[in-house]
Write a protein that binds this ligand. Structure first.
Ligand code: DGJ
Length: 693
């Protein structure tokens, strides 16, 4: 007896089958299948041959491959009984519910275990969400629980996963498929810079703009493991779950985080668009969904810990004059926080710096029309703090542990800790007109523990519930906590501590595989970058920030008249365009010049776009190569305009049409021939607007 199920969005179809009550397996994943297709044929066509040196049947690559059925690779569930003995479950499909999505319930009566696989298809964003839950009649110890296991295509030579570091997030790696396991495991206890929980599998020949690709994202902030394995028989599987042994106690219920699945026939961009839309329109809960994203000013790189009310008022006045709409007071306003060695945990205003509290500053901001945001790092404590002196046992880990940035981590599984933090934060939120929290997390855990992440999620949920108008930014030394789990509770990410426009250009480019403009913070940094020592023009810094949710972080007192004018021009351009850019798709272009990182942000209705063409190096050939645009109507005509013609340099001596004014070109020309750009310096950006006529 065979049972067959299908899950569809406009972009992808999943077909699953179960024979003789065995655990279901995915027998098709890819381009949408017609409604009328006979699933029994798909099931029959999926059957594999057997030859010498094999078992007499191929064990299923099921939603949780079972060691008890001789599966020749990584099992989807590894657990031990209360005494620590390994259990080898064998499940049977018990029931399938289709009321909301698809829910497959499987039982192992002998061991008292139930595995539930839930799938939800989002017909608008194209994402399929999958999650596994394990229930046990008696408490068990969990070593590994995979979210529903998917087969990976064999028409693929490589996979793309992401490494990173402080001031260097989202570095893509192309890894060739080969026999055995390629694994990424993050045991830091936070999402981390090091291993972003995402994977793209391009089919052979796919690029940003064409070909087939599969995308995965595991929405969890506590450290994950990904296993991409090629079995001896050639089949490939991809598994995702919390990092192994993240559950420290025996329990009767465990669940994975949601696993988000994308499939594309329009290159890597098809996966990118699905993730961007799903994050923006389904995961994030916006405080004011219809309000435009405000231009930020963040004071960190202007003053660091040197808080002076008059200086801050002056900075705020200048920032408002440049176009800022929200002022974020960063680290240093609380406790005895004169540097990063002390004060974390003491969340009351430092009266040495603010004798009358923060009111003098927030009143000034209100007069300027600026919203107010404030920095916290709730999960942390400095040993040199009143909190630690009063409650040393609230900190996680051994007393003689190695500190990180001179700080320890609070035990977020302890309700006393969370109540204390809730009281501190809510007191500040009630006293001052706070509309925004920058929520930082600057060190890894002394040891990973899923309960820590659940405690943080619960605190965030409680604050969001009671202060629904306050938005939160997820920051962890820059981009150390970016994932759909944290983004279900926050509205912006601090993508990186690098305000170096060149570094930022690259980080933003690759992060767009998952993140839309609406959530991705990007600031204009100081002229001389504090994290790289490089010097960049205001035009380059400004346009790179204008690619995402724009803000400023330099000291506005350092700006020349020309720099201020350039920044105002770019900020006004961003404000004029932000409404449609908010809903735009970011499409990364296939640049024939490795020095050029280019993207096209196209409006939801396809009627307009802007292309940001960043030049990161001098390039091998002397002239710019034509750049092909994408996703246009081939028959339509587009008016193309170079927005920042004024950035032309004296070394551009020829007469490309764009230098003298807009030009009308067909979609087919723009997508097949490509657009000729004027010569430019490295560390610069061309900004092209296109309007469908
Ligand atoms: C790390 C963050 O990424 C910075 O932006 C800043 O907020 C500092 N922490 C403050 O300590």
């Amino acid at each position: 007896m065979t049972k067959i199920y299908r899950i569809d969005t406009a972009q992808q179809t999943l077909v699953l089958s179960s024979c003789q009550q065995c655990l279901p397996q995915v027998i098709y994943w890819g381009a949408p299948l017609r409604d009328s297709v006979d699933l029994a044929d798909i099931h029959a066509a999926h059957m594999l041959d057997v030859t010498g040196g094999m078992l007499d049947e191929n064990p299923d690559l099921s939603l949780s491959p079972e060691a008890s059925r001789s599966f020749p690779g990584q099992a989807g569930l590894i657990l031990r009984d209360a005494n620590g003995a390994l259990v080898y479950p064998a499940f049977s499909l018990e029931s399938a519910g289709t009321a909301t999505g698809l829910s497959l319930r499987c039982v192992d009566q002998k061991n008292g275990l139930t595995l539930i696989f839930d799938f939800a298809a989002d017909t608008e964003t194209g994402i399929i969400t999958a999650q596994t839950t394990l229930e046990a009649a008696q408490p068990v110890h969990l070593d590994w629980l995979a979210a529903p296991v998917l087969p990976a295509p064999q028409q693929s030579d490589e996979m793309i996963d992401y490494s990173g570091r402080w001031i260097g997030e989202f570095q893509p790696n192309r890894i060739a498929w080969s026999a055995g396991i390629h694994a990424r495991e993050n045991r830091t206890g936070r999402t981390g810079h090091e291993h972003f929980p995402g994977l793209i599998i391009p089919c052979t020949g796919a690029t940003n703009t064409q070909g087939e690709a599969y995308g995965f994202h595991y929405g969890w902030s506590g450290g994950h493991k990904m296993i991409a394995e090629e079995l001896p028989d050639g089949r490939r599987q991809v598994q995702w779950g919390h990092a192994p042994q993240l559950e420290l106690h025996a329990a009767t219920r465990f669940e994975t985080a949601p696993l988000y699945l994308a499939y594309s026939q329009t290159g890597l961009n098809g996966c990118g668009v699905a993730f961007q839309r799903h994050l923006r329109d389904r995961i994030v809960t916006w405080a004011k969904p219809d309000a435009p994203r405000p231009v930020h000013y963040n004071c960190w790189e202007a003053i660091y810990f040197d808080h002076n009310i008059d200086a801050l008022k002056d900075i705020a006045t200048r920032a408002a004059g440049l176009g800022a709409e929200r002022f974020v007071l960063d680290d240093g306003w609380f406790g005895q926080r004169d540097d990063d060695t002390s004060g974390l945990g003491d969340w009351t205003v430092d009266r040495r710096k603010y004798p009358e509290g923060l009111g003098a500053l927030t009143d000034h901001l209100s007069e300027l029309g600026l919203g107010f945001g404030i920095w916290f790092e709730p999960e942390m404590v400095n040993p040199d703090s009143d909190l630690f002196r009063a409650h040393p046992h609230w900190a996680l880990g051994k007393a003689d542990q190695v500190l990180g940035r001179q700080q320890m981590v609070l035990d977020m599984a302890n309700s006393e800790v969370c109540n204390y933090l809730y009281d501190c934060l809510s007191a500040i939120l009630r006293t001052y007109p706070v509309e925004y929290i920058k929520w930082d997390h600057n060190r890894v855990l002394p040891a990973p523990d899923a309960a820590q992440t659940r405690g943080t999620y619960a605190l965030l949920d409680r604050l969001r519930q009671n202060f629904p108008n306050v938005e939160i930014e997820s920051c962890a030394s820059g981009g150390g906590r970016i994932d759909f789990g944290i983004m279900a509770r926050t509205q912006r990410v601090w993508l990186s501590d690098s305000n170096d426009a060149l570094e930022r250009l690259k980080i933003q480019h690759h992060a767009a595989q998952f993140l839309p403009m609406a959530v991705t913070g990007s600031h204009v940094g100081p002229r001389h970058c504090h994290t790289s020592g490089r010097t960049h023009s205001m035009a380059f810094r400004g346009w790179v920030a204008a690619q995402r949710h724009m803000g400023f972080e330099m000291d506005p007192r350092e700006l020349t008249v020309e720099e201020a004018a350039t920044l105002k021009f770019i900020t006004n351009w961003w404000k004029d365009n932000r409404d449609w850019l908010y809903r735009a798709d970011i499409l990364r272009l296939d640049s024939p010049d490795p020095a050029v990182l280019a993207e096209q942000q196209i409006s939801f209705d396809g009627g307009r776009f802007v292309a940001f063409i960043g030049k990161s190096d001098t390039g091998p050939q002397i002239l710019p190569r034509p750049l092909r645009l994408t996703a246009l109507d081939p028959q339509a005509t587009y008016r193309i305009n170079l927005v920042n013609r004024s950035d032309l340099t004296h070394l551009s001596r020829g007469a490309p049409a764009l230098k003298s004014g807009p030009i009308d070109l067909s979609g087919i020309y723009l997508m097949r021939q490509g657009i000729n750009l004027p010569w430019s310096f490295p560390d610069s950006m061309w900004v092209l607007e296109g309007t469908k006529l």
